[in-house]
Design a protein around this ligand. Sequence first.
Ligand code: GLU
Length: 356
Amino acid sequence: MHYQRTFKNLVAGFALAAWAVLAAAQTAKPNVVILATGGTIAGAGATTANSASYAAAKVPVDKLIAGVPELKDVANVTGEQVFQIASEAFTNEKLVQLAKRVAQLAAQPGVDGIVITHGTDTAEETAYFLSLVVHTDKPIVLVASMRPSTSMSADGMLNLYDAVVVAGDKASRGKGTLLVMNDEIHSGREATKRVNIKTNAFYSQWGPLGMVVEGKTYWFRNPVKTHTSQSEFDIANIDTLPMVQIVYATGQMYPEMYEGAMKLGAKAIIHAGTGNGSVANYMVDTMRGMRAKGVQIIRSARVPDGFVLRNGEQPDDKYDWVVAHDLNPQKARILAAVALTKTNDAKELQRIFWQY
Ligand code: GLU
């Protein structure tokens, strides 16, 4: 009788302990690292009415985190100041430096997700670069704001909260880098800054992947292009990026615009062409001449949406040129630079532009 009771108590004790462990595991918050790089989200204006004129990259990461106390309800958050810059100053060296740090953190078992605070201007380039070179399935989430934290109706607080939610959510894994702003979760490959004065600054022509509302993510589609853990590129093997220059097309072009870039050392030219990446007839010889000297010619378009058709406006097969698919010129620059670290063959480059 006595033994029976002791045994029952023992079983009850074990059940209680197991339940406690299970409950703790279920409520354990994810560990999210915030890497701060500057931008408007860390901006400060003279008055609360200064929503558009202010100094970017002023507020340090600790203050950013302290400014959103709700973060601790959704994650164990730590901060690290990587840079304190406006994102138009995000050079190739800085891209490489940031990617190496992101890869290091992603490899740590105690890190569940990474948030990168960034200026809106070039967040699309950084997001795409990281999706090409960082091997991880853990969420890497870029976040920005259009108004400094000192302004009325500042958008940075909610954007940061949303980004931490997304970075800590297991459902965000394996979707490539993400860019969170204005309640939307965009693919880092596709997001582009489309509006420069409103809080809905980012847009993806094939639509956002999902939304984040009141601390919960809602997903609607997956990216199909190769990224992160499946990528053939790895930041572990990249220390510098070759120079790639963009030439913006209008009706009135000059050979020196292309030749100047080549003299500077450009290994590839992204032709931000009119329409379907078209090239003025009087410029074709110049560009073919450059290709003959080894410079890659990549036809992109200055038109925001759609995609450039190979052998459409120009006989790309005959000229050994590449088309940028649906990548805008600034994203094409990133992919070309990354791809050129591995190959200088135009056919291989084209394969990479279809795939990534
Ligand atoms: N031009 C600055 C930057 O990109 C501020 C713009 C912004 O973050 O919205 O960092």
